[in-house]
Structures are given as C-alpha cells and as structure tokens.
Design a protein around this ligand. Sequence first.
Ligand SMILES: *Cc1c(COP(=O)(O)O)cnc(C)c1O
Length: 395
Amino acid sequence: MQSIYFDHNATTPVDPRVLAIMLPYFSEEFGNASSFHAAGRRAAEAVEVARAHVAELIKAETKSIVFTSGATEANNLFLRGCVSFQSTQSQLTQSQATQAQPAPTPSAHLITCKTEHPAVLDVCEKLEAEGHDVSYLSVDATGKVDPQAVHAAIRPETVLVSLMLGNNEVGTLHDIAAVGAITRAAGVVFHCDASQAGGCVPIDVDALQLDALTLTAHKMGGPKGIGALFLRRRKPRVRIEPILQGGGHEQGIRPGTLNVPAIVGFGHAAELASQEIPARQAHAFALAAEFDRLILAAFPNRIVNGHPVDRLPGNYNVTLPGISNRTLRERLPEVALSSGSACASAFQKPSHVLRAIGRSVEDSQQTLRFGFGPTNTLEEVRWTVQRMADIVAKL
Ligand SMILES: *Cc1c(COP(=O)(O)O)cnc(C)c1O
C-alpha cells in the first residue's frame, strides 16, 4: 500500500475539476478584476460567478461575501473589525453626550469558547491585551457549549459572540441555531467559524440566524490561501471597520488586488460541494463507522472523542489508552494523520480541545485524529487498522 491521506481536517487535496477551472486564470485570463478593459471585465465576471457559488453554499446573498486570504484572515477581520466599529460607534455617542470631549476608546465584551481554533483564540487574547474583555465558555465532555451559557454570559457591553460550527480536532458541531436565536433576541452580533463544516454539512445562514461566517477553500477541495467572510447585509445589517487600508476592493472591507485564480477555484469547489454534500457525507460517515468498528475490535478500551452524533462526517478522533501516538505515527509512515490539530502537533503541546473536554495531558499523548475525505476508500481504512493492530502487537 502506498501513501494514504487521512488528514482532511488539516487540508484537502485540490479537486482535479477545481484545478482545471483555475488554470486559464494563471495564463490567458490574467486580467486584474479592477481594470475597466475587456480582460479586467472578464476577470471581474469570473469573480462574481465564484462569489455567487460561495454564497449559494451557505444560502446567503451574493453581495454579502467578502473574499479574504483564508479563514485566519476572515476571523481576524471580523473580530477586530466588529470590535473597532462598535467601539467607534459608542465613542461617538459618548462624546456627543459629553459635548465632544474625546472619550477613551470604550472596552468591548466578546464571548467565545475554549475549543475554538487559534485563529479566533489568539485574536481574542490580543484584544484582551488591548483592554477588551473576553469570556471563554466551557464545553461539556462531548465538546458542546450550552446555548444557555451563551445567554447567561451576555452583558450590556457585549458586542459579539463567536462560536465555531464544527470543531477541527474532535469534530463536534455546536447547536448554532439555538445560539443564533439567543443572540438575535439580545441584539448581539453572532459570528461562526465554519472552516471545517463548510462544504461538509449543509449551512443556511438565515435558518441559523448568523450575522457573520468564515469559510476557507482548502478544507473543501479548493486551493489554499483563499477564504471568505460572510457579512449579513440586511435584517440586520452588520457593519465592521476594515483592518487593511488601500483601495476600494470588496466594498472597501478588504482592499487588495483579487486573487482571481484562487477565487475561481474556491467558487467551483463551493459549487461542487453544494451538489455533492449528501454523497460526501454518506461516504465519510461510512468510512468513519467502519474505522470505529475495526478499531473497537482491535483496541476494546478505545475512547472516541467528540459528540457521538452531532459531528463532522469525516472526523474520527480516538484515544488509545497506553499507546503513544508518537510511536504509532513513527511506525506508520504510510498514513498521513495527525496527533491533534495540525497547528498544535508541530510543537507537541497538549491539545487545548482535548483538555477542555476533560482528557488528561497523558490522554492527549495517546490520541490520534483521522480525517476522511471523498477520495478515501474502505480498503484504506481496513489496511490502516490492521497495520495499527500489528504495530501495537509488536510493541
Ligand atoms: C483550518 C482552519 C482555520 C484556518 O484556515 P486558513 O484558511 O488555513 O487560515 C481556521 N479555523 C478552523 C476551524 C480551521 O479548521
């Protein structure tokens, strides 16, 4: 067996159909989407087609999609942009009240969760260092935040709630619709990092009552370095300050010459995902179920992490008590898998997500994350579990 790729929560291969549609935009169709001549207009039209496909994936209005360099940037843009817009607004109201005395920037309150990706948590920590206040909600043993805990954490100065849709390590899906009902009733802006769920599970930003949402192409068969921020335009309109200056691109919210080939690829990846989500879900669930059946037979004391039902279809995160994930990975070089999140595994820090769901530091060193995708097969699943059992038998 040659190499097996079981790390689709870290990134996915570019779908050949996506690559094919991108290629002309590196050569003949190289126009700048901001130019008024024909080449520029063709590029701009291709960008708008892509924008419509990305919007359709999450049932949003086309104009509510802002392209960014990925999910990290989309999260930074939303969190910083929302805090600065709302701080400026309340500063204006305050200084009007006190006869135009420049007031100090008021501090904002944000609500997020302990199991978020560093692209949310690290921004929140920086905002705290800048004088803002952040509540980090806990999760239960399945990785879910209680919507009532969100309700209880809301204060008059709360400007936003940010919760991920599907967790990148343990796969748990939060009850986003329940939180959306709470935040909408309270008039607090609700953002969701859907980097993992986008293209894997159906998303409807109106049904979920979301005001902002982050997507990234490379987790759904698209290229790396391109993502999007959905910002609701109506009922209610969500406003943020840009964090970059320099030209009016993307409605002034994200300036910079558009990465046309990547946007075209993202659009096609989103279009394919919209059509194929049910089939991809069924395939990934089937692989994960077979994997777990075989793992349980070989390792009867295995602990599956995350929620048993409400989870990303292709994610399988398992603790094998007594077995070092490092040793297993070293002896299983044919299989690309992760010992936590891709970001954390480079420097072997115990995963903050596993800690938050109650696993010990030792457990986290005995935990592996498998991420199944559309191109994986049952044969790969069976081969891998057999190899794992053989390796452990020899230890
Ligand atoms: C992958 C991922 C990100 C980062 O996405 P990039 O496009 O690589 O910046 C952010 N949040 C979550 C939940 C992710 O899974």
